[in-house]
Design a protein around this ligand. Structure first.
Ligand code: TYM
Length: 334
């Protein structure tokens, strides 16, 4: 029986962080053995912020090294660089003809980015969800392992795929669904006391998979907490809830219960909680960081992986684009 198709990608904006790991990569590692998986580095997507070419080149290689270090196996799945597939750019163009300004302007990520970067509201930013739909639909994926922040983009991918099917009276694209092995998509909080972990809030608010023990400890010890509770069984503030949420990801159940109990009876000391969290986080990150150190810089191996992945991915992408071209009427008469 044919395995279900899975697609997901991460933008090469620097090092991968704990949010990328828990929202996406952790699922990739398991899914690669159960599904037909395509995992890529979304370098087209990173162009919306106009990266310097040297940094972009370096960051693509770094994410590839970090994928491998995390346990994504180029033999078990297809790993590729998005810009190695011109078929994606072509499908993006085709889908763009049926994507409307009004619906694109209503996308939350567009509104947020337009607000935070009013001088760079480019067409690529507006049509970002169309490019993402092209990434997913090009392999006819059914499952897309992503964090909670990508939910709306998945809805758009379904909309664009269905619209294309309807207009051209064909069932080319199936409906992709966001996926996580837990029963919910995850949102890993940052260390700044509110909001998700994100590079755009500054390096001190994220735990990178490439951080050494000392850096992990320093960042966690500086994480925003709160004044101690004065009423028994009170509701934790957002900042404290974030620390508990991070603990849930890396600490054992006994430790979590202990700190929850001390919060409930008001005896909690946030300094101790952060020390414990810092140790558990360092223990979690350290083996991944060691692997990253071993792999990054091995351009020969990374090059082979990228080449093999590009060939496998193009094989799948070229079939989809050939059908899409035919549906549109780009049929050869010569
Ligand atoms: P990006 O590069 O911002 O993030 C990559 C993946 O990491 C997840 N993620 C998080 N999950 C939980 N908590 C967090 N704090 C957190 N931060 C990031 C994201 O949900 C994502 O799964 N547009 C995408 C990249 C992309 C893509 C695609 C993904 C391009 N084409 C096609 C899936 C399918 C993005 O910018 O993710």
């Amino acid at each position: 029986m044919n395995k279900e198709i899975v697609v997901s990608g991460i933008r090469p904006t620097g090092n991968l962080h704990l949010g990328n790991y828990m929202g996406a990569v952790k699922n990739f590692i398991k899914m690669q053995h159960e599904y037909n998986c395509y995992f890529f580095i979304a370098d087209f997507h990173s162009l919306t912020t106009h990266p310097n070419p040297k940094d972009l080149h370096q960051n693509v290689k770094q994410v590839l090294a970090e994928y491998i270090a995390c346990g994504i196996d180029p033999e078990a799945c297809t790993i590729y660089i998005q810009s190695d597939l011109p078929e994606i750019a072509e499908l993006y163009l085709l889908l763009n003809m049926h994507a409307y300004k009004g619906e694109l302007e209503r996308v939350t990520s567009f509104k947020e980015k337009a607000k935070s970067h009013p001088n760079n509201i480019n067409a690529g930013l507006l049509t970002y969800p169309v490019l993402m739909a092209a990434d997913i639909l090009i392999h006819k994926a059914l499952k897309v392992p992503v964090g909670k922040d990508q939910e709306q983009h998945l809805e758009m991918a379904r909309t664009f795929g269905n619209r294309f099917n309807r207009i051209y009276n064909n069932e080319l694209f199936p409906e992709p669904q966001a996926f996580n092995y837990g029963n919910q998509l995850v949102k890993v909080p940052g260390l700044q006391g509110g909001g998700k972990m994100s590079k755009s809030d500054g390096d001190n608010t994220v735990i990178n998979l490439n951080d050494d023990d000392a850096t992990v400890r320093k960042k966690i010890m500086k994480a925003v907490s709160d004044v101690s509770p004065t009423e028994p069984n009170s509701t934790p503030s957002q900042a404290v809830q974030n620390l508990f949420d991070l603990m849930t990801l890396v600490s054992n159940q006994e430790v979590i219960s202990y700190y929850k109990t001390t919060f409930a009876d008001c005896s909690i000391r946030y300094g101790d909680l952060k020390k414990q969290l810092a140790e558990d986080m360092a223990l979690f990150i350290s083996p991944i960081k060691q692997k990253i150190d071993e792999i990054s810089g091995n351009d020969e191996m990374l090059g082979k992986i990228a080449k093999m992945g590009a060939e496998k991915a193009r094989d799948s992408a070229s079939k989809t684009i050939a059908t899409a071209r035919e549906m549109i009427g780009f049929t050869k008469f010569y």
